[in-house]
Design a protein. Structure first.
Length: 117
């Protein structure tokens, strides 16, 4: 496991439960894997409301545990439960909201900024 800004390169298996246990706090992202220099898999704990933001690229949210919703500007929120995923289209303002702690995997471009553009 590495910090958000590092791109892990290893042939070893990554334990998502161990990575979840090592997260320091809400919204502290960690990179778990880099794929083809174009895609990173990130892990984060959601708890509370994240600020509204948007990105230049799509952002895939995969709920690992807990439940949370993704509020979308001008659209109905999307509720995600474990094993469900949703892609926020590029340019769409959004924010994840979790009343109780939830863990997510994000699949996105390595240059994607956590707080958007």
């Amino acid at each position: 496991m590495t910090t958000r800004h590092e791109a892990p390169r290893t042939s070893a298996a990554v334990s998502v439960p161990e990575a979840v246990a090592a997260l320091p706090g809400p919204f502290q992202q960690r990179n778990l894997a880099m794929v083809n220099d174009t895609t990173v898999v990130r892990l984060a704990r959601l708890e509370g409301e994240f600020p509204w933001h948007s990105h230049d690229g799509d952002e895939l949210f995969l709920c690992w545990d807990g439940t949370f919703q993704i509020e979308l500007e001008g659209r109905e929120p999307v509720l995600l439960k474990p094993g469900e995923l949703f892609v926020v289209p590029r340019g769409l303002r959004h924010r994840p909201v979790a009343e109780q702690p939830a863990h997510i995997l994000l699949i996105e471009h390595p240059d994607t900024q956590q707080y958007g553009n």
